[in-house]
Write a protein that binds this ligand. Structure first.
Ligand code: FAD
Length: 382
C-alpha cells in the first residue's frame, strides 16, 4: 500500500522509543515482548490491526522442521545450515510452548504428521528420517498410514503444537506493555544522528533502532526487498463441526495440503496453491473457485463420511524468500534498520527464532547464524 499526501499525518504526533517495531504479526509482537523484557521502550507501528496479516490467517500449526524434507534441505542449504535451522524450529516450538504456559493460553500439544500421498513421497520421508537420525534429530517414521485415510507413510513429530495465533499475538502485545499504534502505515525510513526516524501515517517516531516485521509487505516499504521477497497467497477453508476424526496436525503432499481438526470439531483445510501458482501471487485478499474447489475435493476424498458444509473461507499473504528460509539482516544503507522476513509459510515455526536472531544482531552485534543473508544469485523467490 501507499500513503497519499492527504492521508499523511506524520507531523501530528512525535514519539520516541529505544526500538520501533514495524508490524504486529507473530514476529512483531514477539519482538515487542522480548524487547520490553530487556527493559527497553518499544513503539509498535501497525498499518491495520494486530494479527491482521498472515499471522491471523494461518492454520496455527507450530511445526518442527521447514517446508522441505530434511534431506532435501540439507542438499539445498548444506547439512550444517539445515541442521541449524532444524534446531531453530525446535527452540522456536519450545519457546512458543513456554510463552503459552506463561501467558495462560490454551494450545493443542497434539504433535504432527507429514503424510506421503505417493510412493515417491514415501521414499522421501524415509530418506529424510534416515538423515535426521544420523544428525540426532527427533522424528518417528510410520511405514503405513496412522490415520487410515489412504496416505502411504508418515513422519511424526510428537511435540508439535496447534495454537490460536491471534490469541497469541494479542497476549504477547498486552504482556509487553509496548505502545502499539494501529492503522498507522510506515512509509519512510531514514537515519538521523545515531538513530533512525520513521514516518508513518499518524506519527513520526525517533528510535535508536528499528526492526521490520513486515514479512510479505516488506517490498512495499523498502525497495531493498523487491528482489528478495515474493508475496504469495495461501487459502484455507473451515467446515462445520463434525465428530472427531483426527487428533494431530497434518501436512500432506510435501506440505502443499494441510489440515487440522479444531477443538470444536471444525475441520480446517488449506493449500492447493501449487496448481494455481501463477495466480496465487500478489496482495489481493480473495478466495478463488479453483483453489477452494480443490480443498473441498481433498476433504471429501480423505474424509468421505463427513459431508459437512463449509463455514468459512479466507486467504492470507505469505512472504516467500529466495531460499525458502527466513532472512535476518540490516538494510545496507540504513544499518539501524534490521529485518526478520521471508518466512515462506513457516512463520509460526521460525518467527520467534528469527526475531531472537534480529535482536542479537541489532542490540548485541551477534551474526544471525543460520538466518544469513540470501545468496543474491539464487533463483527468484516464489
Ligand atoms: C493460509 C495460510 C496458512 C498458513 N499456515 C501456517 C502454519 O500453519 N504454520 C506456520 O508456521 N505458518 C503458516 N503460515 C505462514 C505464517 O502465517 C507467516 O509466516 C507468519 O504469520 C509471518 O508472521 P509475520 O509477523 O512475519 O508477518 P505478518 O503476520 O504478515 O505480519 C506483518 C504485519 O506487518 C504489518 N505491516 C506491513 N507493512 C507495514 C507498514 N509499512 N507499516 C506498518 N505495518 C505494516 C501488516 O499489517 C501485518 O500485520 C500460513 C500462512 C497463510 C497465509
Amino acid at each position: 500500500m501507499t500513503v497519499s499526501v492527504w492521508q499523511d499525518k506524520s507531523g501530528a504526533r512525535h514519539l520516541a522509543a529505544d526500538v520501533a517495531v514495524v508490524g504486529a504479526g507473530v514476529v512483531g509482537s514477539y519482538l515487542a515482548l522480548a524487547l520490553t523484557r530487556r527493559g527497553l521502550d518499544v513503539v509498535v507501528l501497525e498499518m491495520r490491526f494486530p494479527a491482521s496479516g498472515a499471522t491471523g490467517r494461518n492454520a496455527g500449526m507450530v511445526l518442527t522442521g521447514t517446508g522441505e524434507y530434511y534431506h532435501t534441505a540439507a542438499e539445498r542449504h548444506g547439512r550444517e545450515r539445515a541442521r541449524a535451522i532444524w534446531r531453530a524450529t525446535v527452540e522456536n516450538r519450545e519457546a512458543t510452548r513456554r510463552l503459552h504456559d506463561e501467558l495462560g493460553l490454551a494450545y493443542d500439544a497434539c504433535g504432527s504428521l507429514r503424510l506421503a500421498v505417493s510412493e515417491e513421497e514415501a521414499r522421501d520421508l524415509a530418506l529424510a528420517h534416515e538423515q535426521m537420525r544420523a544428525d540426532g534429530l527427533e522424528g518417528v517414521l510410520h511405514e503405513g498410514d496412522p490415520l487410515n485415510r489412504g496416505f502411504l507413510a508418515a513422519l511424526e513429530q510428537p511435540k508439535d503444537l496447534g495454537i490460536n495465533p491471534v490469541a497469541f499475538v494479542e497476549a504477547m502485545l498486552k504482556a509487553s506493555g509496548a505502545h502499539v499504534v494501529e492503522d498507522c502505515e510506515v512509509f519512510d525510513l531514514a537515519a538521523e544522528g545515531y538513530g533512525v526516524v520513521l514516518r508513518s501515517r499518524l506519527a513520526t517516531v525517533r528510535a535508536g533502532v528499528a526492526m521490520l516485521a513486515t514479512n510479505a509487505y516488506s517490498p512495499l516499504l523498502h525497495p531493498f526487498f523487491r528482489a528478495l521477497i515474493a508475496p504469495t497467497r495461501g487459502q484455507v477453508l473451515v467446515s462445520a463441526p463434525v465428530p472427531r476424526v483426527i487428533e494431530t496436525l497434518c501436512y500432506a503432499n510435501y506440505g502443499y495440503e494441510y489440515f487440522r481438526q479444531l477443538r470444536d470439531g471444525r475441520m480446517l483445510v488449506g493449500g492447493w496453491r501449487q496448481r494455481y501458482a501463477d495466480v496465487e501471487v500478489g496482495y489481493a485478499d480473495e478466495v478463488t473457485p479453483g483453489v477452494q474447489a480443490g480443498l473441498e475435493g481433498f476433504l471429501r476424498e480423505r474424509f468421505p463420511e463427513l459431508g459437512a458444509g463449509v463455514e468459512r473461507r479466507w486467504s492470507g499473504v505469505m512472504g516467500f524468500s529466495r531460499t525458502g528460509l527466513p532472512i535476518v539482516g540490516q538494510l545496507p544503507e540504513l544499518p539501524g534498520v534490521g529485518y526478520a522476513v521471508g518466512f515462506t509459510g513457516h512463520g509460526l515455526g521460525l518467527g520467534i527464532a528469527a526475531a531472537d536472531a534480529l535482536i542479537g544482531l541489532l542490540l548485541d552485534g551477534a551474526p544471525p547464524g543460520a538466518f544469513v543473508e540470501p545468496d543474491l544469485t539464487a533463483s527468484p523467490p516464489g
